[in-house]
Design a protein around this ligand. Sequence first.
Ligand code: CO
Length: 306
Amino acid sequence: MDKEDAQTQFGTTSSGIEKLKKAGRITAEVREYGKNLIVKDALMVEVLDKIEEKIIELGGKPAFPAQISCNHIAAHYCPDEEDKIVFSDQLVCLDVGVHVDGFIGDTAVTVDLSGKYNDLIKAAEEALDNAIKIIKPGTTLGEIGKVIQETIQGYNFAPVKNLSGHGLGQYEVHTKPSIPNFDNHDETKIEKGMVFAVEPFASTGAGIVQDSGTATVFELTNKKPVRNMITRQVLKEIESYDNLPFTTRWLTRKLGAKAKFALREMRQLGMLHEHPPLADKDKGMISQAEHSILIDDDGNVVVLTQ
Ligand code: CO
């Protein structure tokens, strides 16, 4: 990985900022492209493949596997290559991440194929808009959470409290600060030079998510020597993702079904951090909206993924 444009903790060099803006533009374009592909009877895997091809075509790379979390799943759902699941009448959260030399854009939108959840989508979108309206140097994280919480509760839904927005570092999808979706009274202030994603989730249920089902999204967190030939090949492929999250489908596409055996071995060796799907505790339906934001050196709020 190339760190010549390395960020200071919350600042970026000017060439880094150009790359960040480019990543943001690509992420936004791919989100709109992907949104239009989510229609009844479309094969989920094909939609994700097309989204990821589009990212490459526009000059970026996936910062994490594109995800299409449906109904009570809030995040981290990514079908395997052989899963022949099609869209029907789900509520679909599409989350897309793109990087340009490690500078990341992260954005999400919710598509309602059921026609029943218009207000739930509006709640998350309005919460995001209202949060952006108050964001400036000096705004506290707790104030942002409060606006998100009040907007979503104004629709009689629950904000998802144990998911949050996050700082975006070079080759790091989740860094400090954590941007709450409720008033947690965090007095940390927004500062010039910060880059972060704000991502409210609205739920008709508990507003608390928990692990649900088997992970297909992973990160290499603890590299160890491996002897098995196939596992070595898979490890080499994973290393080409620059320590960013990846999905099983990427590996089986490139290296065949044997990649799953290698993944199993690496899990047993404790090399991987797993990101299983996250579902509402009470099976509430979930919507999401997300933008990436840069506070530039003059204190301007730049929404990178609009
Ligand atoms: Co995010």
